[in-house]
Design a protein around this ligand. Structure first.
Ligand code: HEM
Length: 128
């Protein structure tokens, strides 16, 4: 039997961390996103590195420190409209371009993020 391919091992810790840092540098500059994020994104990026490690099948770093992710509940305080979800995904897509993530891995990862981003949506545009 073949050894299963773990997405986290495919991207590697270093590349995943670079992707996330690149992503938050874009979030910080995005007019729709920056107002709902803290000014200092150090801690946000640290948690996202932990989360995405486990999301991609690596060690459960996020849950070990913070408990069950309950991501939709944790996002409830923030007004996530369809256009903010789209903006988040655009920042991620640009970050993937910048770190030259491509091929089937990128496809797989991005498609999962599209589903998760839509799941985080918790407000209609007119409610903001
Ligand atoms: C935290 C926005 C989608 C994972 C946050 C925070 C904001 C935010 C404002 C709080 C930052 C802080 O206080 O440090 C958004 C928006 C999204 C989105 C606008 C658009 C759909 C996602 C997706 C994922 C994700 C798709 C995972 C794949 C996380 C994690 C945290 C977080 C792990 C940290 C939670 C914690 O405090 O422990 N997000 N997010 N988010 N987000 Fe998102």
């Amino acid at each position: 039997t073949r050894k299963p391919v773990i997405p986290f091992e495919e991207i590697g810790e270093e590349r995943l961390h670079l992707l996330i840092d690149t992503f938050y540098s874009k979030v910080a500059k995005h007019p729709l996103l920056s107002p709902i994020f803290p000014d200092d994104l150090t801690e946000t990026a640290r948690k996202q590195k932990q989360f995405m490690t486990q999301y991609l099948g690596g060690p459960n770093l996020y849950s070990e420190e913070h408990g069950h992710p309950m991501l939709r509940a944790r996002h409830k305080p923030f007004p996530i409209t369809p256009s903010r979800a789209q903006a988040w995904l655009e920042c991620m897509s640009e970050a993937m371009d910048e770190v030259e993530l491509d091929g089937t891995f990128r496809d797989f990862f991005y498609k999962r993020l599209v589903l998760t981003a839509h799941h985080m949506t918790n407000r209609q545009e007119e409610e903001t």
